[in-house]
Write a protein that binds this ligand. Structure first.
Ligand SMILES: Cc1cc2nc3c(=O)[nH]c(=O)nc-3n(C[C@H](O)[C@H](O)[C@H](O)COP(=O)(O)OP(=O)(O)OC[C@H]3O[C@@H](n4cnc5c(N)ncnc54)[C@H](O)[C@@H]3O)c2cc1C
Length: 296
């Protein structure tokens, strides 16, 4: 239990221990406001996938997503903040309370900070689900075991697709990127991809893919075929609101406050098209400050 000040009755639920949820937790802890923070996967969230984060202040040489996540974890431990390893579901506002299920167990809170980040989008071609089930297709790479694969195809044209391709190339694997249009990534990633000899196939739309003797055969709309041992898909992400129940009508304001006064949003879930660690951190701190104001 993450009980910070036991004599205070108002308690906050933080859902998600990515940069936004962790920042909210650190700020609530600093203010002595009790809370529970729940994470269904690992502390650090999506950032664990990042090859090199160069735009987060105080790291002059940049920092890998894994290292940043380790530091965030360390900082939480330093403040004796324990993360509940579980999934929050069915969060709703009833009778002036926040009711949630934490890994199936019903709990009641006085406010909630939703910092659940985003969920991947599927590319949508026939064969995608079968190859995913065979553990030869991934949407995030942080926990993917692809040590046995040699040839990779990344599908997508933005920063995340290029970042994944660079991580794979750095692991000594051969990698190509199939892009529907032209690259949409920042110049730094494009240059790095060139440096690693990553092959780009612009104007390429995947028609279907199938497994054949352990290999993946990819057919494209232009008729060109590709083979790979593993596919990584990065074609966009959407806000993860799956933990909410009966809150379809909720109005979310740009600062993360909502029409359901006791619920606050922070991080990528609030602006899934602008995904940045620095913004998520700021959002998390702001959500905690707004909760503190609300409790006054
Ligand atoms: C490859 C890649 C490279 C990137 N590079 C950069 C970069 O260079 N610079 C930069 O600023 N940003 C970068 N980002 C973006 C950055 O990782 C995100 O903006 C940041 O992680 C968002 O933080 P967050 O806390 O809002 O969400 P997330 O990090 O997504 O964390 C949300 C957490 O909530 C958990 N969760 C969701 N639902 C539940 C539930 N119901 N119950 C319990 N837990 C739940 C998830 O498991 C997750 O851990 C990159 C992202 C990727 C994928």
């Amino acid at each position: 239990m993450t009980s910070v000040r036991k004599n205070i009755k108002d308690k906050v639920l933080i859902v998600g221990a990515g940069p936004a949820g962790i920042s909210a937790a650190l700020e609530l802890n600093r203010r002595g406001i009790p809370f529970e923070i729940v994470e269904k996967n690992k502390v650090g969230g999506l950032a664990r996938n990042a090859n090199l984060i160069r735009n987060f202040p105080a790291f002059p040489d940049g920092i890998s997503g894994m290292k940043l996540s380790d530091l965030l974890n360390k900082q939480m431990k330093r403040h004796s903040i324990k993360v509940i390893n579980g999934i929050a579901t069915e969060i709703e506002c009833t009778d002036g309370k926040i009711v949630a299920k934490i890994s199936g167990k019903q709990m009641t809170f006085d406010a909630a900070i939703i910092s659940t980040g985003t969920i991947f989008r599927k590319a949508g071609f026939p064969g995608e689900d079968e190859i995913f089930a065979a553990k030869k297709l991934f949407y995030e790479i942080a926990d993917a075991d692809f040590s046995s694969f040699k040839n990779f195809i990344v599908i997508g044209g933005g920063d995340v697709a290029f970042d994944y391709a660079i991580s794979v190339a750095e692991a000594g694997k051969s990698v190509s990127i199939l892009l529907r249009n032209e690259p949409k990534c920042i110049n730094f990633l494009r240059k790095n991809a060139e440096k690693y000899g990553i092959k780009l196939f612009p104007q390429t739309v995947v028609d279907r893919a199938k497994l054949d003797n352990g290999k993946i055969l990819i057919s494209t709309r232009s008729g060109k075929k590709h083979t790979a041992d593993c596919i990584i898909i990065a074609v966009g992400r959407t806000a993860d609101m799956l933990c909410l129940k009966n809150l379809d009508e909720i109005e979310i304001f740009p600062d993360g406050s909502t029409s359901a006064e006791k619920i606050f949003f922070a991080g990528d879930v609030l602006h899934p098209d602008v995904r940045q660690v620095g913004i998520a951190v700021g959002d998390g701190i702001r959500a905690a400050c707004n909760v503190a104001k609300f409790f006054k």
